[in-house]
Ligand binder design. Structure first.
Ligand SMILES: [Zn+2]
Length: 212
């Protein structure tokens, strides 16, 4: 791409980021001290893997927004780190009302069932080495990419890989109800069940549009 083309692309990206930050102020970028940076070069939402953005990104952002407005916390809330860990989405924020911070465990639960690359639901989670939910198509695309790099770098050596069917993985089916185990001094061990069917049904409706 030409320099002019790149500059144009960056400008469009910043404009997109500004629109997102105006509606979802907590995805504003932060520095190492978790202070907001007045910049539209990137957003904290950028760190959500693309398959998850596709499957439920906007649903999640809107759900946060509604909860924050209800709690009168929209301008005080801030994501300070967003990442994937052990195959699920981890959202870290400043202190927030419970209704808002409960969304972190909700999306931690939900995300683990969706392909991290394309957003397809109920895909197996790979468990050998890197733990991540990944569908067969996306695995094969990844292998094809690696094969191209390999052939460029080492044309003399054979490219080896494990076929998807031989990978270590666990089949999964998204549970509408998450069970959390807690301990407290007065109650001892106890379970808390949270019903996520409202959000999950919205996400399922979107799957139909995405994958037909
Ligand atoms: Zn996929």
């Amino acid at each position: 791409m030409s320099r002019k083309g790149k500059a144009k692309k960056r400008k469009a990206e910043r404009l997109r980021n500004k629109k997102l930050i105006d509606r979802y102020p907590w995805i504003s970028p932060v520095n190492w001290h978790w202070k907001r940076i007045p910049s539209y070069d990137f957003t904290m939402y950028d760190d959500v893997p693309k398959g998850w953005k596709r499957a439920f990104g906007k649903i999640m952002l809107e759900e946060y927004r509604e909860a924050l407005i209800r709690c009168n916390y929209l301008d005080k809330f801030q994501w300070i780190q967003v990442k994937e860990k052990y195959g699920t989405l981890r959202l870290y924020s400043n202190a927030a009302p419970k209704e808002v911070s409960d969304l972190e465990s909700k999306y931690d639960h939900i995300s683990g069932y969706f392909c991290i690359e394309c957003g397809r639901m109920n895909v197996p989670v790979l468990t050998g080495g890197w733990v991540e939910p990944l569908c067969e198509d996306c695995y094969n695309k990844r292998i094809a990419r690696q094969k191209r790099w390999h052939e460029k770098d080492h044309p003399d050596r054979e490219f080896k890989y494990t076929p998807y069917k031989n990978l270590k993985k666990e089949e999964q089916k998204l549970d509408m109800i998450a069970v959390y185990k807690h301990f407290s001094a007065d109650r001892g061990d106890y379970e808390e069940k949270r019903d996520y069917s409202d959000t999950i049904n919205k996400i399922i409706a979107r799957q139909g549009k995405l994958f037909g």
